[in-house]
Design a protein around this ligand. Structure first.
Ligand SMILES: Cc1cc2nc3c(=O)[nH]c(=O)nc-3n(C[C@H](O)[C@H](O)[C@H](O)COP(=O)(O)OP(=O)(O)OC[C@H]3O[C@@H](n4cnc5c(N)ncnc54)[C@H](O)[C@@H]3O)c2cc1C
Length: 510
């Protein structure tokens, strides 16, 4: 690509960079999207996976007092809740194949911070804010009726329950797939997309365009573009550093770490989740997920460790188990019940006034840092990626006109082709057949076996893949990716390592 010129270079192919590339390409911009790892290999693959209705924006220790005393905070909560409701309606309408609906139960205790009418009003507001097409199915049940529901039957102190609110929520049934779909749609509309390619901001050339250095397995090249989007999530400050310098540059990111554990609960619990508050006043969820697991978490601590190697530690697993024992003692979970665990770091907006980071999504114009025509986005959740892409496109539109014609984005999930006669890789999971692996390798920019078994097909999340599965998958794709025996072996070992890290919860995860 050396010497190529684009209208926009997007650095970072997580969910928000991918969506930006998709919406820019739809507008007619010549776009280059690059990611240093696989697409979605950053925070986008480490989230709690919730597509929530926005109720959490109204959760404060004392909602009436807090919002009356601070009307601005209430307006922000309203804006964010409205955005959640709109996102929810959009994704449920056109991407239901990538979502898992479930009933979320919210216990209201006699001595708890919330009164039943708080929930009634909260849902009345939510119902009024969002499109009607996707109902919330809000109900508030008396304790004796609620305690017959799965998971509610495991709650602590049932005699102290005043009521249980239930409503319809969704899980993103694995977020990386949304990202891959957006990347492929951007490419369909003409974007150039490269994973396993590291981008480096160099400087501006004589005409004022940015020079961006790229390095991948084949070597180095330099491309130019009038506009650059720094969508590198927790790496945003690192991407700016060559231009802003080591010490003088403004800091944009504060990373908070979130750890989760996965457990297998009885099948009757599968469509139910619980939202509670932990002993330090933060949300504690137990939510159904693919593969029949429930995910428990997240933790929230400021992270200053190595952003290239984010792992769950035993103290976090212990904390999550203790909190779950407090909230749901009926599950009687022990360390041995933890099937796997994972952690991620949220790319929150750095604000010295907010110790745990500002959670509101921000677009930063870096012109005030001497970097004209560079924008960065912080704290963009997975669920609202489409509006993030539209917002970044609007920012670019104010600076430069597209060089090509506009097209329509296609949000339909890219499903694997019908292959009814081919054997599945994992017995009983007919959604991914052996022949699909080669298809994914050829058509979806997978370079590593891990790209195929996790981000593209989700198989590694739904199943604990055996060594035999991994070997069989590698053999199915090696011809497509031109691997010799040594490379095949290397790819197999890399997936085994990823699997073992995921599945090494409480014992040696330090
Ligand atoms: C614990 C946790 C729980 C969460 N729960 C939820 C939830 O329930 N629902 C929800 O909607 N959101 C949730 N989130 C938030 C969400 O996951 C993130 O905000 C979102 O994924 C950020 O996406 P992004 O595209 O901005 O960043 P990322 O996904 O991190 O993408 C940035 C990309 O930039 C690439 N990159 C970095 N440097 C370079 C470079 N020099 N060259 C090329 N590429 C580069 C990286 O490889 C990476 O892929 C959660 C996050 C965490 C960590």
């Amino acid at each position: 690509m050396d010497g190529q010129r684009f209208d926009v270079v997007v650095i970072g192919g997580g969910i928000n960079g991918a969506s930006s590339a998709q919406h820019l390409a739809a507008e007619g911009y010549a776009v280059l999207l690059v990611d240093k790892g696989d697409f979605a290999s950053g925070s986008s693959s480490r989230s709690t996976r919730m597509l929530h209705c926005g109720l959490r924006y109204f959760e404060t220790p004392n909602p009436v007092r807090d919002f009356l005393l601070n009307p601005r905070r209430f307006r922000t909560a309203l804006t964010m809740a409205k955005a959640s409701m709109e996102t929810r309606a959009e994704l449920v309408t056109d991407s239901s194949d990538r979502l898992m609906p479930y009933t979320l139960c919210f216990p209201i205790y006699k001595n708890g911070p919330y009164k039943p009418w708080h929930l009634d009003i909260g849902f009345k507001i939510l119902g009024g804010l969002g499109p009607k097409a996707v109902p919330l199915d809000y109900r508030r049940l008396p304790p004796e009726e609620a305690c017959r529901l799965p998971l509610v039957d495991a709650l602590a102190e049932p005699e102290q329950l005043r009521s249980v609110a239930t409503f319809r929520e969704y899980m993103l049934d694995w977020p990386e797939r949304f990202c891959i779909d957006a990347v492929l749609d951007a490419e369909r509309m003409g974007a150039t997309v490269r994973n396993h390619t590291t981008a480096r901001l160099i400087d501006r050339d004589a005409s004022g365009e940015w020079r961006v250095g790229l390095s991948d397995a084949e070597g180095e090249s330099v491309v130019t573009a009038p506009v650059v989007l720094n969508m590198a999530g927790i790496w945003i400050d690192e991407v700016n550093r060559p231009v802003l310098g080591e010490t003088d540059g403004k800091r944009y990111i504060l990373g908070t770490k979130g750890s989760h554990i996965a457990v297998q609960l009885p099948p009757e619990y599968h469509d139910y989740g619980i939202a509670a508050v932990n002993s330090i006043g933060e949300p504690h969820y137990c939510l159904p997920s693919q593969g029949g697991y429930h995910h428990i978490g997240p933790t929230e601590t400021i992270y200053e460790g190595n952003i290239e190697d984010i792992r769950v530690n035993t103290a976090e697993v212990d904390f999550l188990l203790t909190e779950t024992q407090n909230v749901l003692p009926g599950l009687a979970l022990a360390k041995s019940d933890v099937v796997y665990s994972w952690a991620g770091v949220r790319p929150l907006t750095y604000d010295p006034a907010i110790p745990k980071g500002n959670r509101s999504r921000e677009v930063h114009n870096l012109a005030d840092q001497g970097m004209p025509n560079v924008f960065a986005m912080t704290a963009g959740p997975v669920m609202s990626h489409r509006s993030a892409g539209r917002e970044m496109t609007a920012a670019v539109r104010r600076l430069v006109a597209p060089s090509g014609a506009a097209q329509s984005p296609d949000y339909a999930p890219r499903m694997l082709p019908e292959e009814a006669n081919a054997l599945p890789l994992v017995d009983g999971d007919d959604s991914v057949r052996l022949s699909h692996l080669g298809y994914v390798a050829e058509k979806e920019h997978a370079r590593a076996l891990s790209d195929i078994l996790f981000a593209r097909t989700g198989l590694g999340y739904r199943h604990r893949l055996t060594d035999a599965h991994i070997r069989k998958a590698a053999e199915a794709v090696s011809a497509h990716l031109g691997w010799d025996d040594a490379e095949l072996h290397r790819q197999v070992e890399a997936v085994k390592m990823r699997r073992d890290r995921l599945h090494q919860p409480a014992r040696d995860a330090e």
